[in-house]
Design a protein around this ligand. Structure first.
Ligand code: DLZ
Length: 153
């Protein structure tokens, strides 16, 4: 479902895959978050990873949680939902969160999957959340991306 295809090459030190995954999850938009969490947990189970979960208030708090998880886990995935129509300062929250998650990955040399939905409407968020009938399973895809990146490095 994620659609990343088959990686063509790996640097080769992590062929066995990650043993541990940290899931950082925001709390806004609970039902959509539950679906994203379900997807990330399924990806972790498919990869045989032990899971540590941290719940934070909002997406803006995800990077510091991701950083803490990156210090104890092989890979991290951050999950959140930011909806433009329901979020004043949408650009600030989504931009700051995305940039900080990228910084955590580089600073900690740890793959961080970006499962933060930044969408215009609630319907778009649901359609990416992995619920039955959705066109995307963003929680699964973000966790899978981090796991695949770990294997590639
Ligand atoms: C304040 C806020 C707003 C308006 N909207 C969202 C949202 O749609 N999704 C989300 O994850 N968090 C939101 N937040 C909370 C911020 O991420 C953050 O928790 C607060 O600004 C406190 O730092």
């Amino acid at each position: 479902m994620a659609g990343y295809g088959t990686p063509s090459a790996a640097l080769g030190t992590h062929d066995a895959g990650p043993a541990t995954i940290g899931i950082a999850a925001a709390s806004w938009h609970t039902e959509i978050m539950d679906a994203l969490l379900d997807g990330a947990r399924r990806a972790a189970a498919d990869a045989g990873c032990t899971v540590t979960e941290v719940r934070v208030p909002g997406s803006f708090e995800l990077p510091v949680a991701a950083q803490a998880l990156a210090r104890t886990c092989d890979v991290v995935v951050a999950l959140g939902v930011v909806i433009r129509g329901e979020t004043p300062h949408f650009e600030y929250i989504s931009g700051a969160t995305t940039e900080a998650l990228a910084r955590v990955a580089l600073d900690e040399s740890t793959p961080v999957g970006n499962g933060v939905l930044t969408v215009n409407t609630r319907e778009q968020a649901v359609d990416r959340s992995g619920v039955e009938g959705a066109s995307e399973d963003a929680g699964y895809a973000a966790a899978e991306a981090a796991i695949r990146t770990f294997r590639a490095l």
